[in-house]
Write a protein that binds this ligand. Structure first.
Ligand SMILES: [Zn+2]
Length: 251
């Protein structure tokens, strides 16, 4: 499968925290303006798959934080860009108590009203499961619940079909991919790396190492298996392992 130009962001926030994936609004704005200046247009995954034009790239935000609503959405609206939001169904409008939070900092997830407002502006609402747990170790009924309940709830909320699912921590195997397809998802999304089982890989944007130029490289390099950007992302993605370990101790 030809890789798609997909960027993955998390929080866009003014509040510093010990996280590689949070991005300051100023840096995010500069990156988006740079891509617009180079002739690119950000769109949701659903839009891109329906019409994969050369000058388009896909923008995704994991966990649907409220900070994205406050700091990213106005910037994207000005540029005429849209995005896909990966929503944690059990945490809509709530704090991210599921996450490892050094210093006990809290971040709020978008409310139902905020999600619907962005949907009205052509953003795609997609599922990230219920509680941001690794799916691969789950028993069949628990796995089914994460996949199917989040889909049904988000469909009831949005009044639309939810065809897209993003694996928490980008972790998946053949079993959970089959279960996701069985649940009715057509577009499955992971993180950096080669595409396995038809899962769409993405380029994660990191605060500490990325800038407007590297973000441009990420959307231009389609066969990125041996690229510099890809190696960098693999390295940083390995830090997500620590979040998973920390999460295990919290539950
Ligand atoms: Zn996530």
């Amino acid at each position: 499968m030809k890789p798609y130009p997909v960027l993955a962001y998390h929080k866009i926030s003014r509040q510093w925290e010990l996280s590689f994936t949070m991005m300051y609004p100023r840096a995010f704005t500069a990156q988006m303006q740079h891509l617009a200046k180079k002739g690119y247009k950000g769109c949701s995954l659903k839009e891109y798959l329906a019409k994969p034009e050369e000058n388009r790239f896909v923008l995704t935000f994991d966990d649907a934080y409220e900070s994205v609503y406050h700091y990213a959405a106005p910037v994207l609206e000005k540029l005429g860009f849209h995005a896909t939001l990966f929503v944690l169904n059990a945490y809509i409008g709530k704090d991210n108590v599921w996450d490892f939070r050094p210093g006990d900092t809290h971040s709020r997830h978008m409310s139902a009203a905020q999600l619907l407002e962005l949907q009205e502006k052509d953003w795609e609402i997609a599922s990230h499961g219920e509680r941001h747990r690794v799916l691969t170790g789950m028993k069949d009924d628990e796995l089914k619940y994460e996949l199917e309940h989040s889909k049904a709830s988000l469909e009831a909320l949005t009044g639309r079909e939810i065809p897209t699912f993003c694996f928490p921590f980008g972790v998946y195997n053949r079993r959970v991919v089959d279960a996701a397809r069985q649940a009715g998802y057509r577009n499955l999304v992971g993180f950096t790396g080669a595409s396995r089982y038809g899962v769409i890989p993405r380029s994660v944007v990191y605060r500490t190492v990325d800038n407007s130029r590297s973000v441009l490289r990420k959307i231009r390099i389609r066969s990125a298996c041996h690229s510099f950007e890809n190696c960098k992302e693999q390295l940083f993605h390995s830090f997500a392992f620590f979040t998973r370990i920390a999460q295990k101790f919290m539950h």
